[in-house]
Design a protein. Sequence first.
Length: 400
Amino acid sequence: MWTSRKVVWLMAFAALLPLIVFAAEFQTLYWFHDDWDMLDGASRLGLWCWAPQPFLNESVIPVSKLFSIAAVRLFGGSYFAMIALLFATHAANVWLYGEILRRLQVPVIAIAFALGSFGLAWSNIETLLWFIQWTPVLAMTFFLAAWLWLIAREPRDPAGIAGYTLLLGASALSSSRGIVSGLAAALFAWCTRRRRGVILAAVVPAAALIVVMRVVMAGRPVPRLSDSALFALYHWLLNPLYLLLPIPHKAVNGSALLLCGAIKLTVIAAAWVGWRDQRPLLAALLCLDLLTSASAGYARAGTGLEASVSSRYQYISLFCFGPFAGLVLARQRRALAATVLIAWLILIAWPWRRHAPQWANERGVEVRRALAGAADDAPLWPTQMTAGRARELIREYNLH
């Protein structure tokens, strides 16, 4: 019999399948774009001066910076080791999430659907195959650890509450996408009638980082409210279904918005109405999803609506959507639910066969070839860093 505990472990291991199946392709991946800026900053400024500084004037992420440079040193500059570390962290997130859902007594089929969607979807490809994206994955780890702690044994003494706050603070200081996780945790704590101190412990790091981010981004042009709202709307309604569904003549337009939005809103409504006992979980996930879309709208509105469905934005959207759809599925007959689950997992995982080799070629083979053939003073696309400076970093960190 498939118990919830067995399903959680199975899905955590399954999250590693793309790494195992496509290991040969992934070994060709190489340092790319923002990876170089991270290494260059640590090299030029020194670790302790560089860590607290805003990264690319976009985010204050000293925790993930320190973890990232430590990983580069620990694994001797191997990019494949960085990718393996990223997948291992992702698998740990799947397990942590599964433990949370299991302890909240979510039905087994819903757990399988949620974890399978989060763990196996090919649309996470940019998050899982670009080392700089370890930052949001690591932020999710700290958030899930805090959430599991709250559910398993609510912190009550000052030391426990301080530790809980530190975990949520580490999430916010690992990625700009981790800032709003504390607000989602606070909402869950409020919905489950936790002590006021626990609620405040979740709000404080999020509020502090929001203020810091406003200061960091003070010099940047502020997008029009209408542009930010439109980007946020597209981001929320299109993800995660836009990349996963086989939509004919796919384009980021009103038709796609209506189709994906109608499905997503229907699923959210059905889960909310059908599972009153799971509303604290659903409220927290809905809060996280909406706040993430709102922050993306503020920060990325100028990149165009097509960017709203970028693969790098799928991680949180898949995380939030899975339990809603899984709970709707759990209301169906067992045979039908099992059939839909299997078909869904095939639909979202099978495209790894096509996208993984393509990604390895674009972000590995071609990057290595371009670096090998570039003059020292030539910019290393798509960064402004010169190939000569990149070669200096290769020698310093033993990059390979």
